[in-house]
Design a protein around this ligand. Sequence first.
Ligand SMILES: [Zn+2]
Length: 243
Amino acid sequence: MRITFFGSSHGVPEPNRKCSCAMVEAGGRKYLIDAGTDPVDELVKRGIGISEIRAVFITHLHGDHTDGLVHFLDLLSWYYKEASPAFYVPKTELKDAVKPWLSIQGVELREDLEFSGIREGLFYDDGVLRVTAFRTGHIDVSYAFMLEAEGRKVLFTGDMKHVTGPVDDYARYAETADFDLAVAECAHFDAMLYEAPLRKNPPKLFCFNHYSPRYEESCLHLRESVKDVVPVLMANDGLVIDL
Ligand SMILES: [Zn+2]
C-alpha cells in the first residue's frame, strides 16, 4: 500500500503544505481521502489519469477537507466525463449544496456521479480495499478511517475532538487493530497527549498530518519522547509512504 500526501496542512495552507488530501494506492487501484485541496492538479502533475480514481472518502465537511471537491466535481461534470469515482461523504446533502454553485457557473453536476453516506463500521469493500469508519468527537458528523489492503492496516484520524482528541478519540481506535501506520492530526490539541496511547498501542509508524504551527513544537517533542516505541514522521506535501 502506498500513501501520497497531496495536502498535509491544517485549516489554512502553509508555505509547503496545502489543505488535506491524500492518495491511497493498493492492488493497482487509487483512492482519495479528503479533498481540502484540488486533487486534479496533483494527479495531472504526476501523470495519473483522473479516471484511475475509484473512490473518494471524506472524513468531515469542513472546508479544509472539502473545498477541492468543488473544482473536482466541476471538471468531472464537463471535461473528465469518462471518470466516475464513487464519493463517500458524511452527509449526502453535499451533492445538493454543490449543484447550485456549479449551475451558476453554467455547469450541470453529472447525475450519474454516486454519493453515498458513510455509516460507522465497515462501509466500503471493493475486494482490494476495505474502509471502516469510526465516529470522532470533532463535529456532529465526523469520521476517522481504518484502511485495510494488501495485508496492511492504516488509520487516518481525520479531525478529532478539540482539546482532548488523542485520549478521547485516538486511544479508542488504537485498540481496534495493530496498525502499520497511523496518520494523525494535530491541529486541535497538544501533541504530547498522544504519548500515553502510543505507549499502550504503538503502530509500526506514526505520521503527523494536518498539524498546526501552534502545535508543531509539541509534535517534535512527542517524536523525541516516544522514539523508543515508534518512529514519528511529520508530513509535508509530496511525502510518499510505502508499506
Ligand atoms: Zn475540521
